[in-house]
Design a protein around this ligand. Structure first.
Ligand code: NDP
Length: 253
């Protein structure tokens, strides 16, 4: 994998925590630091901490960090246009930013949560993809990885909006893959089950007891496990696309 990743530029949304940050680390490890990373999220200070840590371990790695809220769709194109020249030629896009807000039933969900989830998980992802696609098309190569979820394949009570957003992501991903079938751009859907990250704290609005219960009967699946899959999928030979993956902890039903 190291030689296939060497010199590539990877753009990760939601890179300040969880799966996004673990993926950034995995790209550095898998390429021995011979990679360029564009790391975006709203919490710049978290990205800064990661960058400082990284530069100790991988002095040769090139890491660009930037504040980007994917729901502020007018800021996406300017974010890309303002990238330092050596980062502009993106090879791999990881659409990872996403969230579940609450567990209310349909009648009780606040409008702002519906909008928050759709704007982040769906509109933000679509707009980032549309902004990066011309770069990949120009080169006729590259990868788009969309992080959906098992919630994009099934639906459960208290998850109506989150599940609807992730179903939308999977549909968008499948259409995109088929539209690009005659190109050398690969489109990959990564669908995790429960992963131990800040995600469940966001979902349960900071109630750590509730969050703990999500994992109590399962073998933990960590952000690093998803990162490992993403880096594996994007470092295959060009003739292979790992198009659609469901990744669970080994005892999740
Ligand atoms: P975390 O909550 O740990 O991380 C979410 C990341 O997304 C953070 O870096 C956060 O950064 C960023 N983010 C949130 N909103 C925005 C925004 N508007 N603009 C830019 N960045 C944003 O969650 P995970 O790592 O677990 O989740 C990553 C992805 O994996 C999500 O798409 C999620 O739906 C999916 N997933 C997670 C599962 C799980 O059990 N954990 C299961 C299945 C799928 P910041 O706050 O700094 O902006």
């Amino acid at each position: 994998a190291a030689e296939r990743l060497a010199g590539k530029t990877v753009f990760i949304t939601g890179a300040s925590a969880g799966i996004g940050q673990a993926t950034a680390k995995e790209y550095l490890d898998a390429s021995n630091g011979q990679i360029r990373l564009i790391l975006a999220a709203r919490r710049l200070e978290k990205l800064q901490e990661f960058k400082e840590q990284t530069s100790k371990n991988y002095p040769s790695a090139q890491v660009h960090i930037g504040k980007l809220d994917v729901t502020e769709i007018d800021t996406i194109k300017p974010f890309l246009d303002k990238l330092p020249k050596e980062f502009q030629d993106i090879d791999i896009l990881i659409n990872n930013a996403g969230k579940a807000l609450g567990t209310e039933k349909v009648g009780d969900i606040a409008d702002e949560d519906v909008e928050g989830m759709f704007n982040t998980n769906v509109l933000g992802l679509i707009k980032v993809t549309q902004a990066v696609l011309p770069i990949l098309k120009r080169k006729n190569s590259g990868d788009v990885v969309n992080v959906s979820s098992v919630a994009g394949r099934e639906a459960y009570p208290g998850g109506s909006i989150y599940c609807a957003t992730k179903h939308a992501v999977r549909a968008f991903t499948e259409s995109l893959r088929k539209e690009l079938i005659d190109t050398k751009i690969r489109v990959i859907s990564v669908d995790p089950g429960n992963v131990e990250t800040e995600f469940s704290m966001v979902r349960f609005r900071g109630d750590s007891e509730k969050a703990k219960k999500v994992y109590q009967d399962t073998v933990p699946l960590y952000a690093e496990d998803i990162a490992d899959l993403i880096v594996y999928a994007t470092s295959r030979k060009q003739n292979t696309v790992i198009a659609d993956t469901l990744i669970f902890s080994s005892n999740q039903a």
